[in-house]
Structure formats: structure tokens, C-alpha cells
Design a protein around this ligand. Sequence first.
Ligand SMILES: [Cu+2]
Length: 357
Amino acid sequence: MTALTILLVLVLLLVVFGLLFRLQILTSIFSGTFTRDIGMSNSVNAILMLVFLIGGGAWFAYSFAENFNKMNPPIASVHGHQMERMFWTTMTIIGIAFVITQTLLFIYSYKYQHKEGRRAFFFAHNNKIEVIWTVIPAIVMAALIFAGWKAWTRITGAAPKSAVVVEVMGKQFNWLVRYPGRDMKLGVINYRMIDAVNEWGFDLSDKSALDDFTSNEIHVPKGVPVLIKIRSRDVLHAVYMPHFRVQMYAVPGMPTRFWFTPTTTTNEMRARLGNPKFNYELACNQVCGGSHFAMKATVIVDEPDEYQNWYAAQQSFSQKNPEVMAAFKQKAKPSVSKTAEPAEAQEAAPAPLAATY
Ligand SMILES: [Cu+2]
């Protein structure tokens, strides 16, 4: 209580001093002895505004030119070209508006710095100007958004029936990849069945899961539509394939997808870039934890016949892991339905994931 009283007294004293100071200024104004000391700081600030405009502008232009190729890798998909056109149309229009408004902002700050005897023009309202700067941006933005919405619905619409299907599942911190086998159907997966061997949680009691195979790399054929089905096993990740201009969230419990048609094989791109070590990549671009930076997978675009050969050479998960298959067969027998195994499998289920789809 004493402390509070002392604090209150101090605050009141400060207020009294403030009022006394203000009173002194008012008296000097009325007695005609008041002079306002603007000093150097006003013109220094005005000049700094110009320095910031020119220096900042030059730095921006330099860093943009220097990093352009890093931000803008060559396009290797059909829809990539449409997206590129849309992106640059939007950037050009908003870039022009940005440069004009920011240049005027800083130049006017310099031009209209304080000058003795100059009074600001009182300008409260003008309907004509209000209408112009509301209607024109509204029309331009509506046109851009409409064009974007049309392109986006085309790009993210249903994949063609002929599309090759690949499913990826993001987890801390890598991508799991699986393909449907010869039946062209991805089998049921169940998060309760996930363990160190069965990372996908394949439910091998489902017939369509028997020929599904997993892969360390993503192979896709050139010139053929590819449908990427996307899942997450733990937190939010995102499938980002910059060369194909593909990005889509991987959301736990909510499968997403994206389809695209690759136009350039890995070998063609290596020749074009003069880099024999080049590989397309699928990177995670949502900060998803400690090793997020290392979360990526290699994507290989093959000629269609090479892809067919690779596809035919793959061994299904159930063939590669006979012990998992045997466990499922055993479970299927009613007499041994209460063995230790299913309980163990349940304990090992760490991740929230839609049970089936
Ligand atoms: Cu991630």
C-alpha cells in the first residue's frame, strides 16, 4: 500500500510539472516571445528519406537481379508456363503501382519538409479523387483475381483418367512414396498398423494393398499427367516442386492432391543446365520441426518407356516383407485373434491419420 501511494505521488508530481511547462509555453506565446526551434533534424530527416529511397531501391534491384535464377528455376511442366504468365502479369501491375506510390511518398517527404512561413494547405475531402482511387484498383484487382481463379480451378481440377498416380506421405523428417501396383488401385492404409517396418501402415488384408510398392525416389514419365496424392503422418508439411511449379499442403487427417504434366526429363534438364548432377526435388516448404531443412525427396522424370521398365521392375511391399504378410495371414485366422501381435501394433501407432480412405 505504501509503495502504491509513493507511486501515485510521483505520477501526480510528473503531471504537475508537465502542466507547469505547458503553462510557461502558453504564456510565452501570448506575450509574443515564443520562438520554435526546428534545428537541423528536420532537414537531416528529409535528406535521409531521399537516401533511403535511392539506396533501398538500388539494393532491392541488385538483390532481385542477383537472386533471380535461384528464385526462378526453369519450368518443367505444362501448367508452369500459365502460372508464370499470371505471376508476371500480377507482378508488373502491382510493381508499377508500388514504384509510383513509394517514390512519391519519399520525394514529397523531402519536398514538403518544414520551411519558415509556409503553411500546409488544408485539404479534407474530394469525391472525385476518392472515386478514382477506389474504382480503378477495384477493377484491376477483380480482373487479376478472376484470371487467377480461372487458372487455379483448371490446374487443381480433376486429373485426367490416364494420369499416373503416386502417393506421398510427409513425416518428420522425410517423404514416404508409394505407387499402386498392377491393379492401379492404392490399397487401404491404417495408422494403427504403422511400425518401424510398415511405415505406411499398409493393411495387407485389403487385396488392393498387396501389389502396392514403396520407393525412395519419385519416378514420373515425361509428357504424361501425374496425380500426386498427398498425406501427412504428423504435422503440417507441404509438397513443393519448384521446377514443376507445384505446391500443396500435406495436412494430417486430410488427404490433398495436385496433378501436373512434366515436360522435360531429368537427363534433358541436366544437359540444358550443363550440370550432370542436377536432380528435380520435392522439398518440404513448411517449417515442420528441427530437421525440416533436410526434408526432401528426389524426383526423376523418365522417358515413358524408361518409366515403364522401372515400374515393372519394382517389387511390392508385401513381397519385400514376407514377415509382415505372415502376421496379417495369422491375424486373419479366427482362432488366434487375441495374440500379442495386434496389441503391439496398436502401441506402436504414434500418428493421427485418417484410418482409411
Ligand atoms: Cu516437413
